[in-house]
Design a protein around this ligand. Structure first.
Ligand code: NAD
Length: 493
């Protein structure tokens, strides 16, 4: 078990033209470590003026970067990958410190992000274009062209993985990029900028502007930013999608989730209990793929008993880190209090957990399992974003699917069963973009693309894989015919 050590970083500026540009004239945002409840850095609360500085740098860089051969662009990504991998322990420590993850969880999340860099390295093969003689003597060539200056806005919960869903594909496609990381977990974004610089990325191709609501609105409004990818809560995803598309930008905005796991009595007891636990409690439940509702179809007490046994062995500080903030901790506790008042049975109560012995502060809560939850209660319908699993009991698979379908979200759904027929019925009928069969966190690894349905995503397509490449490029179709008038060449035959 790796202990997180307190570290006070310097004050950050925005990263523009491969340099940290200090800004003394604007308000600063304090970055607080959830392990220590103490400031670890400050970042600027940038506004439209600071964004414009970044956009000017990115626009200038676009002129040469877009003309750089894709093989050379992919080469930078190969070095970027090596730089991250060589420094993975230190990068993980930074993520742990500002996000609250354990080091092991942070390392796992970095590795998932690096898979997207692998995909970007292969882009010279993916973006080779298509060509056909569409009519006698007439040829059409279709190529993927970069769009221009593009931006990414990211959430607190995966400070490296989520930016890496965007940066490698957008940059290798020839765009120049502006990242607005979460103001709660901005430190790793600066490390990514440093790795890109030492990988040989020319100045202005990748820039970081820090801040909160103001800078997000400025990104949506800026006329020279051509595309925006957003990942965060559904409320903000909808705002960013509407505002960006109104300003004629291309946008993909991934939102929140409330994922369901349908559990059938014939499911394998051990792997189902482990799957339910890992999905609901991993990353302290602070991930969009966390399944926080188990819908048990009759007679699943034997699985619930095993789940409780497993959950009791889950160690705070080892298997699970902290919650991101004091206010998030209060929100999570309120959901549990409310369910208890409504008459739910609290099988495991994380509110009673004590701070791990090697820490003296921090925003901690243990795994919580609530049974006999009504499908209409807040803990069953709203995104809690904490280590809380609600169990709903139903009599039929049909009812379980109906509960899943009634959720306004649609990121992921899972079924635990040993019956292929049940698995097919659930996967055919679930209203979600990512389905797990005996898998509680069904992240489609590259080259398959990541993205949900319904209010878990605004915009078309997915954020990674071939769909991501398509988002960050324009298709150009060049049709050519050569005149036969000049016969000059024939004399050389
Ligand atoms: P958030 O929506 O609060 O913040 C996301 C980004 O939006 C941040 O950069 C933040 O500065 C900015 N922002 C916040 N409020 C804003 C406002 N009013 N106007 C403009 N910008 C604003 O999300 P979060 O709390 O950082 O992250 C957790 C959420 O992200 C959860 O809902 C989770 O499900 C979701 N998430 C979704 C996915 C996915 O793939 N669908 C992945 C990771 C996280």
């Amino acid at each position: 078990m790796s202990e997180i050590k307190f570290q006070d970083f310097h004050d950050y500026g925005n990263w523009i033209n491969n340099e940290d540009k200090k800004i003394d004239t604007i308000e600063k945002i304090k970055v607080v470590s959830p392990y220590f409840d103490k400031k670890i850095a400050t970042i600027p609360n940038s506004d439209a003026e600071q964004l414009d500085v970044a956009v000017k740098a990115a626009s200038k860089a676009f002129q040469t970067w877009s003309q750089t051969n894709i093989r050379d662009r992919a080469q930078v990504m190969s070095k970027f990958k090596a730089n991250i991998e060589n420094d993975i322990e230190d990068l993980a420590k930074i993520i742990a410190l500002d996000n609250g993850k354990t080091i092991e969880d942070a390392i796992g999340s970095i590795k998932r992000g690096v898979e997207v860099i692998d995909f970007a390295i292969s882009m010279p093969n993916v973006l080779k274009g298509e060509s056909s003689e569409v009519s006698p003597g007439i040829n059409c060539v279709m190529t993927h062209e970069p769009i221009g200056v593009v931006a990414g806005i990211t959430p607190f919960n995966f400070p490296v993985m989520v930016p890496l869903w965007m940066i490698p594909l957008a940059i290798t496609a020839g765009n120049t990029f502006i990242l607005k990381p979460s103001e709660q977990t901005p430190l790793a974004a600066v490390k990514l900028a440093e790795y890109l610089k030492s990988s040989g990325l020319p100045k202005g191709v990748f820039n970081v502007v820090h801040g909160s609501k103001n800078i997000v609105e400025a990104i949506c409004d800026h006329t020279q930013i051509k595309a925006v990818a957003f990942v965060g809560s559904s409320k903000v995803a909808e705002i960013v999608y509407s505002r960006s598309t109104q300003r004629k930008k291309r946008a993909i905005c991934l939102g929140g989730a409330k994922n369901h796991m349908i559990v059938v009595p014939d499911a394998d007891v051990n792997s189902t209990a482990k799957g339910l636990l890992a999905s609901s409690m991993g990353s302290a439940g602070q991930r969009c793929m966390a399944a926080s509702v188990a819908v048990g179809v009759e007679g699943i007490d034997h699985i619930v008993d095993r789940l409780i046994d497993e959950a009791k062995n889950f160690k705070l500080g080892k298997d699970m880190g902290t919650i991101i903030s004091k206010s998030s901790l209060e929100r999570i506790t309120n959901y549990i209090d409310q369910a208890e008042k409504m008459g739910a049975k609290i099988l495991l109560d994380g509110r009673k957990a004590t701070i791990p012995s090697n820490y003296s502060s921090g925003y901690w809560i243990g795994p919580t399992i609530i049974d006999h939850v009504d499908p209409n209660w807040a803990c069953a319908t709203e995104e809690i974003f904490g280590p809380v699993l609600s169990i709903i009991r139903v009599k039929t698979i049909e009812k379980a699917i109906e509960i899943e379908n009634n959720s306004p979200y649609g990121n992921a759904a899972a079924v635990f069963t040993t019956s292929g027929e049940v698995a097919k019925i659930v996967s055919d009928n679930a209203s979600s973009g990512m389905i797990g069969i005996n898998i509680g966190v069904p992240v489609p690894r590259d080259p398959f693309s990541f993205g949900g349905w319904n209010e878990s995503k605004y915009g078309h397509g997915d954020i990674t894989g071939a769909s991501g490449v398509s988002f960050w490029t324009n298709l150009k179709k060049t049709t050519s015919r050569w005149p036969e008038s000049s016969q000059e060449w024939k004399k050389y035959f």
